[in-house]
Ligand binder design. Structure first.
Ligand code: AHZ
Length: 357
């Protein structure tokens, strides 16, 4: 393992655990990602390069022959890169726990600052949480304004109604944000990895305790499968509402006495719920920010059901709370000098206020 690690660092020219110089000034220009842009019929954004229907693949489909490879090279490529990532992110700026709509939105917003190193931990093999579908397993995703500004930024198509927009398939939002987020060099997604516990020192959350999700699910079938750790300056918990893996962060804070109660989300009220989730997105204890539906668990706020705008803006707000905590320009205290965030006007309300139960 040690030999492997040293090889990896030499090969990728990483001489320390920091990938970027965090002292550099950020002016909020999103990093370009090398994604292919397709011609669209109805545009919410400027993604307008067409692909001709007559274009054929650049090889003869009847006689394709792949370049040769040695099997061990495949193994070494995967292993070296994953282990390098584990070494690099063992001590990182921000760990985002949970890659649902809130966690992905948070990580996307955070990672616009190339000096911020972001690890996303997702217990499922497939990131996205509940954002692959709308309500009752239907396809369409309803997003209330002003969250359509975030969709415009991502270049996600939608049908516009007066007060809300509809994406024809929730997977279009989720796949688009992931494709842009995961292309960024300061982001690593560790999927199939679960957060089992928190690192807490002197009353401050200082990282997470991890294990392969399949191991986490088998603690009662095998004895003593100890976890790993990842230190972070800030942890963002976006584990969703209570469920098999839900609300992990806040339930653990309660069990170790750092918060008094986790009353659980209240019954559905879309209008109250979405504003409340964004307003209550905050640093709940030193070093740990809560976003998305996990917020409803701590504050007894109502659920909103299948409207996703609050997940996006709560994630954005969590990112700016994290940037503030890191001492970097952010939209919470007005020091952000980057792109316009009209949707964050909503998020600027007093974050300390607790929802009426
Ligand atoms: O797998 C979980 C999911 O992808 C992941 N997760 C939870 N606990 C974890 C742990 N370690 C690693 N301990 C963990 N990963 O967190 C993700 C949560 O995504 P989600 O879509 O469930 O939550 P969200 O807050 O991003 O979005 C909520 C969407 C909902 S629920 C709802 C309602 O019930 O009314 N309405 C909306 C819009």
């Amino acid at each position: 393992m040690a030999a492997m690690a040293s090889t990896a660092f030499t090969a990728s020219s990483l001489s320390s655990t920091k990938l970027f110089d965090s002292s550099s000034t950020f002016h909020g220009t999103p990093m370009s990602s090398p994604c292919l842009r397709l011609q669209t019929t109805k545009s919410s954004a400027s993604n307008n390069i067409s692909i001709s229907a007559s274009a054929s693949p650049p090889y003869d489909l009847n006689s394709v022959k792949f370049e040769p490879i040695k099997e061990s090279i495949v193994s070494r490529e995967m292993t070296r890169r994953y282990m390098t990532d584990m070494i690099t992110y063992a001590d990182t700026d921000v760990v985002v726990v949970g890659a649902g709509s809130a966690g992905l939105s948070c990580a996307y917003e955070l990672s616009k600052n190339p000096s911020v190193q972001v690890a996303i931990i997702e217990q499922s093999v497939s990131p996205g949480g509940g954002a692959w579908l709308g309500g009752q397993l239907f396809s369409a995703m309803v997003v209330r304004k002003p969250a359509h500004h975030f969709l415009n930024e991502l270049g996600v198509e939608y049908d516009e109604q007066e007060d809300y927009v509809v994406i024809k398939h929730a997977a279009l939002f989720t796949s688009t944000i992931m494709s842009k987020l995961l292309a960024r060099p300061n982001v690593k997604l560790f999927n199939a990895v679960a957060v089992e516990d928190l690192i807490v020192k002197d009353g401050r959350v200082g990282g997470v305790v991890t294990n392969w999700a399949l191991v986490s699910m088998n603690h009662d079938t095998q004895s003593c499968m100890d976890p790993n750790v990842m230190e972070a300056k800030v942890v963002v918990s976006s584990c969703g509402h209570d469920g098999p893996f839900g609300a992990t962060g806040v339930k653990r804070l309660k069990s170790i006495g750092m918060i008094d109660s986790v009353p659980g989300m209240k019954a559905l009220d879309m209008n109250t719920a979405e504003d409340a989730i964004v307003r209550l997105t905050r640093e709940i204890v030193p070093g740990m920010i809560v976003t998305g539906m996990e917020v409803a668990e701590i504050d007894g706020a109502p659920r909103m059901g299948p409207t996703f705008g609050a997940m996006m803006i709560s994630g954005q707000k969590a990112a700016h709370v994290a940037l503030k905590s890191l001492g970097l320009p952010n939209a919470i205290d007005g020091t952000y000098v980057g792109g316009i965030h009209p949707e964050l006007i909503l998020a600027a309300a007093d974050s300390a206020e607790i929802a009426e139960a």
